[in-house]
Design a protein around this ligand. Structure first.
Ligand SMILES: [Zn+2]
Length: 153
């Protein structure tokens, strides 16, 4: 995975190293080394993202949408949030990246979303979205695995 981290607090080498290693670890766990190698990921750190947009983190496809390999993940890196929170949001967004790469999740312009073999309307409530359920289910698990590997090895 080619990862580039920029934006707010990106001069903080410790923070950038932790985010870089976490993104690499999550990518490897979710995609495997062979697929992760073809992914280009920009991580944009933003101040007050939640305050201004309503979300702590987002994942966007930036390149080709049919077979997506280029992404941007935006994270709220405001000082009031701890590293653990930021790395969990990153894990959550990496699950969405995986869903896009594996073709499990496709967003269409006609307000339809394809999830695996089902075509769904995008107006369902957030908690019912199966791709969100998967991301919430995996974010803590991924973070805990990362923490164990990174801080105890
Ligand atoms: Zn999500």
């Amino acid at each position: 995975m080619k990862t580039n981290i920029y934006g707010y607090r990106s001069q903080n080498k410790g923070l950038v190293d932790d985010i870089f290693m976490a993104a690499w670890f999550y990518g490897l766990k979710l995609l495997g080394g062979r697929q992760a190698r073809h992914i280009w990921l920009d991580v944009k750190l933003t101040k007050d993202l939640k305050k201004n947009s309503g979300g702590y983190a987002f994942c966007y496809i930036t390149g080709e949408v049919n077979k997506p390999r280029e992404f941007e993940i935006e994270l709220d890196a405001s000082m009031k949030f701890g590293l653990e929170e930021i790395l969990k949001w990153l894990a959550h967004e990496m699950v969405h990246l995986k869903q896009f790469v594996k073709g499990e999740l496709c967003d269409y312009e006609n307000k339809k979303v394809q999830w695996k073999s089902k075509l769904l309307s995008d107006d369902m409530c957030y908690e019912d979205m199966p791709w969100e359920k998967e991301a919430y289910r995996l974010e803590t698990k991924l973070y805990n695995e990362f923490e164990e590997w990174y801080y105890e090895s």
